[in-house]
Design a protein around this ligand. Structure first.
Ligand code: HEC
Length: 140
């Protein structure tokens, strides 16, 4: 019990301050978040990067994964947005979400446009939302 309490205290300490509310309201399991990584990297990550920080025009040589992995549709979307994709990590992104349900709904609507490989609704939606949430909460 004592160990559990200190593990919890640590988890709260390492979560970025801005992310407090949503991290505490987190309805997802660590397993969902871990599994979500594969879903994320099979689609979202191609545009938003594996580190979730988003593509910046003219910086593709320093970004991962290689931009050449994007298919023609994905490249068209990227070009249509001036070569940038917003970050899905950090204060500017995470502060937008006051409510975990609104956050999860926004992730689901993004998935509608770019479904991951082996898409299974609603399990994949929950896993991707879990992955992004855990990353922002410093728990993955
Ligand atoms: C083809 C490139 C591409 C892929 C793949 C992609 N996105 Fe995006 N995403 C964008 C672009 C460009 C925007 C900014 C324009 C917009 O909001 O539609 C965006 C916006 C978003 C936003 C809004 C961010 C904000 O700050 O409000 C979220 C959330 C998001 N994407 C999540 C995802 C998720 C989750 C996936 C995977 C299922 C995904 N995206 C796949 C290109 C992509």
């Amino acid at each position: 019990m004592r160990y559990l309490m200190s593990a919890l205290a640590l988890a709260i300490l390492v979560a970025p301050v801005y992310a407090g509310d949503l991290c505490q309201a987190n309805p997802f399991t660590a397993l969902q978040a871990q599994q979500g990584r594969e879903d994320y990297e099979s689609s979202c990550g191609l545009c938003h990067l594996y580190n979730l920080k988003g593509r910046v025009p003219g910086n593709s040589r320093n970004e991962w994964p290689d931009i050449r992995l994007l298919n023609a549709d994905y490249l068209k979307t990227l070009d249509g947005n001036g070569g940038m994709t917003p970050p899905l990590l950090g204060e500017a992104f995470f502060r937008k979400w006051k409510d975990v349900r609104v956050f999860a709904d926004r992730i689901s609507s993004a998935i509608g446009a770019f479904p991951p490989k082996h898409y299974v609704k609603p399990a994949s939606d929950a896993r991707i939302a879990a992955y992004i949430l855990y990353k922002n909460c410093g728990r993955l």
